[in-house]
Design a protein around this ligand. Structure first.
Ligand SMILES: Cc1cc2nc3c(=O)[nH]c(=O)nc-3n(C[C@H](O)[C@H](O)[C@H](O)COP(=O)(O)OP(=O)(O)OC[C@H]3O[C@@H](n4cnc5c(N)ncnc54)[C@H](O)[C@@H]3O)c2cc1C
Length: 434
């Protein structure tokens, strides 16, 4: 088996993993990063999120990315129009859509505006009393992953990326993780490191190493935030769609199809991003296991066909991409500190060493009995939420960090996770210098 030695190993090259990797590379820390996908970006790229939601963030690599995307026209600051549509009754939509059609923004729920990137960095009520001043940053996902790779290329001496490579197992010794075993089509690789950052979203490494974790709202898995199979539709000529799945979704169609709520965001090139809220409930996703994605794709395509029937204008568009399942929530670490709603309600405390800040809403996406609503003030995420209780050299830099499910519904956003990765990296780089 091939063996690699480094200072830090990162599992997952999504928002948190990329943020950590970029900051470690800047501090000249030898890092190996592995991901099953073929590049950087994780959910933001391969599940088609393609958007930084409005929200405060510490300064960091998100700003460098945004500047590059703005420069080459593949990223755009956008103004929100009320953010959700229910396609239950055509007449509601007709009224809603009219101003968009006449404004030339057919179907867009966020549209380009002249404001700068700074305007996207706030959301809570004390900073934006009404959602009319929310600004989001919409981008092309291919341009995002390309930009991330280009930024990392500058640090090729410090970073070894292993793409199309999956986690297999780990070796531990007392309070330390010693190495991980990975595999790809060509080989198995053992990576030995001083520090391990689990940025896999679902804390694959930390769970396997034996860390305590949790799933669901107060242990209730019927209250897990939903999964979306996002579509990108376009007026470009797209090759006819081949769907390799044939799941029976008739019961869902009858019961749910006409009541799906979704977010429509317009890409800088005019394509439309359709994000069902959700395609599968979190419980369905966990219970369906390997079949979940196939069911999700069949539902997403059925929804698209339904939209085209309701609104013949949409027949000008066809599906350009069906993204990988977008998971909002599954396993969460029970780390040194579990960040809870009562903590974040107190807001950012001066002089507290935070790895990230956020002010996004508590967003259960309509699950009954779960707290939901806008934050009044920004709050901080302390390092202890990233630290495993069981190991001294293991951290979670992803949505599966040590948050209660309610806090996770707010903290999991792309920029927050990127920033959390950067904060953890700064801490590790300092420790390595000691
Ligand atoms: C449908 C949807 C819409 C969203 N909309 C927005 C939005 O508009 N704005 C916003 O800011 N946020 C949004 N979010 C939230 C945000 O995009 C994600 O929560 C965030 O990107 C997660 O980052 P992460 O670093 O935690 O994980 P990810 O970005 O998911 O990264 C985890 C990486 O780990 C890799 N990995 C996992 N297991 C293994 C393994 N066994 N071996 C190797 N690699 C592995 C994965 O391939 C992945 O690349 C949305 C999320 C979803 C699902």
């Amino acid at each position: 088996m091939k063996k690699l030695c480094c200072d830090v190993f990162i599992l997952g090259a999504g928002a948190g993993g990329f943020g950590a990797c970029y900051r470690l590379a800047q501090s000249k820390v030898k890092t190996v990063i592995a991901d099953v996908h073929e590049g950087y970006g994780g959910t933001a790229v391969f599940s088609g999120v393609s958007c930084f939601e409005p929200g405060v963030s510490l300064d960091g690599v998100h700003r460098i990315i945004a500047e590059k995307l703005l420069q080459n026209g593949s990223g755009e600051v956008q103004r929100s129009i009320p953010s959700r549509l229910t396609f239950c009754e055509k007449k509601d939509i007709g009224e809603f859509i009219e101003p968009l059609v006449s404004g030339g923004y057919l179907w867009g729920l966020s549209v380009p505006c002249q404001d700068d990137y700074e305007s996207t960095l706030k959301r809570c009520k004390s900073l934006c009393p009404t959602n009319k001043s929310w600004r989001r940053f919409m981008m092309d996902e291919d341009a995002l992953t390309k930009t991330m790779s280009e930024l990392m290329e500058e640090y090729a001496d410090y970073v070894t990326p292993l793409f199309k490579t999956r986690y297999v197992s780990c070796k531990t010794d007392g309070r330390k993780i010693k190495s991980v075993i990975l595999e790809n089509e060509a080989e198995q690789i053992e990576v030995v490191a001083d520090y391990f950052i689990d940025a896999s979203g679902s804390i694959v490494l930390l769970r396997d190493a034996g860390c305590q974790y949790e799933v669901g709202y107060e242990g209730d898995i019927s209250k897990v935030n939903g999964v979306s199979v996002v579509l990108r539709v376009s007026k470009d000529k797209c090759p006819p769609l081949q769907i390799p799945y044939d799941e029976d979704i008739s019961a869902w169609k009858q019961e749910k199809l006409s009541r799906v709520v979704s977010c429509f965001n317009m890409y800088p090139n005019g394509d439309i991003n359709i994000n069902m809220l959700p395609t599968l409930t979190g419980k369905e996703y966990l219970e369906l296991g390997e079949r979940a994605y196939a069911v999700g794709v069949c539902r997403a395509v059925a929804y698209w066909e339904h939209l085209q029937t309701l609104h013949p204008e949409l027949k000008e568009y066809s599906i350009k991409k069906i993204f990988a399942a977008g998971i909002r929530e599954d396993y969460r670490l029970l780390g040194k500190k579990v960040l809870k709603t009562e903590d974040i309600m107190q807001g950012v405390k001066p002089d507290e060493p935070y790895v990230a800040i956020s002010d996004h809403a508590l967003d259960s996406h309509g699950i009954e009995g779960m707290p939901c609503g806008e934050m009044q003030v920004p709050y901080g995420i302390p390092l202890s939420c990233a630290q495993a209780k069981e190991f001294d050299n293991a951290f979670a830099a992803c949505r599966g960090a040590s948050f209660s499910s309610t806090v996770a519904s707010s903290a999991r956003l792309t920029r927050t996770m990127m920033s959390m990765g950067e904060g953890i990296a700064r801490y590790i780089a300092k420790e390595l210098q000691k």
